[in-house]
Design a protein around this ligand. Structure first.
Ligand code: GLC
Ligand code: GLC
Length: 632
């Protein structure tokens, strides 16, 4: 109650108008650039505003309250206690309803964000793991209903966990209603896709396009008999690329995004965004228009569902990656999260070589120390393969060659390289260049799966915990991929299922082993060590203000080629993280990492002073040390 007796309330309509006014320019500028020729800017504006007003009117009360809370604390997802968990609904819990029963498990691990892997209604049969959506308004009926999702999302919200859901917006399934209508000759729906009467134009594009799945889905176009046309299909032949040059596609997808937000999704993982815009003579990835689309989506949501943030999935080289978190005119206005696939690749590269020099070089050279309204999503493993995105220039900077190093990594992780501890497998080998991508779970790739002696097991557990400490301490929101907290091995059972046998990525999508997971907190087993180690890392992280996402991270050029050193000056103290990628102790002079030896800070991970040798800090085998200098 204000002093004069008037209540300080603002109507929901007034809030909408205030948010529209706040976002209008950053929303309409990219939309006019993208669609100003296809549709009158005044019409676009009217239609977008009407759509936003409609979805806002439908937005449940509790989510409107969340909107307000987040308008006041827009940095909510940057807090150091945000840590994510990524799972397939069926493999984790059985079905959608049962996910709710697992909330206590997630809480016990320290999870504040839960990514439900694709769970919207997919096409029947092979659906690329759910990334070929047939109906965006329905949950996969084998998992449950949209009402079930809403209930789980609400329970998660109450438990302080933000649900994340996949939004596949580069393509739909061939069985989606739009595609079905297109095949029946509906001209309006045909313009939702990229269709060609003959091969002339596709062949022109093919000259510069790459292939995502050369083995299972060669080429980027598929002839469709019903349609009598060629269809652009970047991924599998049943995944039809949407035509983002058509403003109707933007409006339709925006409506779907807002429906998912209204169902309780707080984070939308925008799938395969790099591929959304096509330009003849290019690889048709990372075109500038992609960032205009992402900005428009983000700004539109800030009007009708401001509690929601966006994560871009762009698995691209270092140079192309940074703009997904906002660069130039898009600074602070595009995605709030993006996968740091460079950090992921460099972790595996450093483990295989026992060197941190390439990692240090890449992270220092290509990435800014911080972003505006955005941060990395850090991870070591996910449901996809690992593509060895290491450029020639970067390789040469540390004295190796690009092709040579990439071949070494794929050989090492397939277990072919002499002495390799890894048990992964090749994916989509390119016979011409020799490049291959890699499949396998964290446990398989770090040597846990193949370990026979207690020493080998110990080293593998250390490698996994080093990975978890790295993604928790580098900066950004760490994402733990289901099973990595207990070291689940490769799953070979996909080979017997005709819908999955053709795609080796199923190897890293095992079913959760609840017996092991439930015993892990107390168990004297490798799984127990990994589980407790992971929980400990997340707990310690949650207390360190320097690990907030808006604190700059500088990777130090120490000249030490086996240690990665990351310094983060927070407002309460500075955190210096040292990461050792070798099975031996490594030492470094305190002064080389800007630490005063006489006033040695504590290692937050052990709660004790670090081991020392004269004026040097000792980092144990595959160890992580988090030195915290408090500001006095
Ligand atoms: C994303 C997914 C991947 C899928 C592809 C096509 O990159 O992570 O699993 O195959 O998009 O939707
Ligand atoms: C490539 C693509 C990524 C896709 C993946 C599938 O890395 O860039 O979008 O998910 O292949 O394995």
């Amino acid at each position: 109650m204000a002093k004069d007796g008037a209540a300080a309330t603002v109507s929901d309509d007034a809030l909408f108008t205030m948010r529209w006014t706040r976002a209008e320019r950053d929303l309409m500028t990219p939309l006019t650039r993208l669609y100003g020729k296809a549709m009158k800017p005044a019409t676009i504006q009217k239609r977008v505003r009407a759509l936003l007003a409609e979805k806002w009117a439908e937005r449940p009360k509790d989510l409107r309250a969340l909107d307000l809370a987040r308008d006041v604390s827009p940095d909510w997802y940057l807090r150091q206690d945000m840590a994510g968990y990524v799972f397939y609904v069926d493999r984790f819990a059985g079905d959608m309803k049962a996910v709710a029963d697992r909330i206590p498990y997630l809480q016990s691990l320290g999870i504040r964000y839960a990514h439900f892997m694709p769970c919207l209604k997919p096409r029947p049969g092979d659906s690329d793991g759910g990334y070929a959506v047939m109906d965006y308004g329905k949950i996969d009926p084998r998992l449950g209903s949209m009402a079930d999702f809403k209930r789980v999302a609400k329970k998660m919200r109450k438990a302080g966990i933000s649900p994340c859901i996949d939004m596949v917006l580069n393509h739909t399934a061939r069985e989606h209603d739009w595609a079905v209508r297109a095949r029946k000759g509906d001209a309006f729906r045909q313009q939702f896709y990229r269709l060609y009467d003959d091969e002339t134009i596709p062949l022109q594009y093919e000259e510069t396009l790459l292939e995502v799945f050369p083995d299972q889905a060669p080429g980027n176009f598929t002839w469709d008999d019903d349609l009598g046309k060629w269809v652009w299909t970047t991924f599998n032949s049943f995944q039809w690329d949407l035509n983002w040059e058509n403003p109707e596609v933007f409006l339709a997808i925006l409506g779907i995004i807002l429906d998912l937000a209204n169902a309780g999704a707080e984070v939308l993982r925008l799938d395969a965004v790099a591929f959304m815009w096509k330009r003849l003579g290019t690889v048709c990835q990372n075109e500038p228009e992609v960032h205009d689309i992402l900005q428009a989506i983000n700004q539109a949501a800030s009007v009708a569902a401001p509690a929601v943030i966006f994560k871009a999935e762009a698995i691209v080289g270092p140079h192309q990656l940074v703009p997904y978190l906002g660069a130039g005119r898009h600074t602070g206005k595009v995605s709030n999260l993006a996968y740091h696939n460079s950090l992921m690749v460099q972790y595996w590269s450093a483990l295989a070589t026992g060197r941190a020099d390439l990692m240090t070089h890449v992270l220092r050279t290509h990435f800014p120390e911080r972003f505006t309204n955005a941060q990395w999503a850090t991870y070591i493993r996910c449901h996809d393969d690992i593509g060895w995105a290491i450029t020639e220039d970067d390789a040469e900077a540390v004295g190796v060659t690009g092709p040579g190093h990439r071949k070494f990594l794929s050989d090492f992780y397939a277990g072919r390289f002499p002495g390799s501890f890894a048990r992964g497998a090749d994916f989509q080998v390119n016979e011409r260049t020799g490049d291959a991508r890699t499949n396998g779970t964290t446990a398989a790739l770090t040597g846990l799966q193949a370990a026979e002696t207690p020493e080998d097991i110990d080293l593998a557990v250390r490698r996994i915990l080093l990975g978890h400490a790295l993604i928790a301490g580098f900066g950004g929101m760490p994402l733990i991929y289901m099973g990595d907290e207990i070291g689940l091995p490769n799953d070979e059972s996909f080979r017997d299922d005709p819908d999955r046998a053709g795609d080796g990525r199923w190897m890293q999508r095992p079913t959760m082993d609840w017996q092991t997971a439930e015993a892990a907190p107390e168990a004297d087993t490798p799984a127990g060590r990994i589980w407790r180690g992971t929980r400990h890392i997340l707990r310690v992280r949650a207390e360190i203000d320097a690990l907030r996402g808006d604190v700059p991270a500088s990777v130090l050029g120490t000249g030490h080629d086996k240690l990665l050193v990351v310094r983060r000056p927070g407002t309460e103290g500075t955190l210096t993280g040292l990461y050792n990628f070798t099975p031996q102790d490594q030492q470094i002079e305190a002064q080389r990492v800007c630490i005063d030896h006489a006033a040695m800070p504590m290692d937050m991970l052990t709660g004790a002073l670090p081991a020392r040798e004269a004026d040097r800090i000792v980092v144990p085998p595959y160890g992580a040390v988090w030195l915290h200098e408090e500001l006095r």
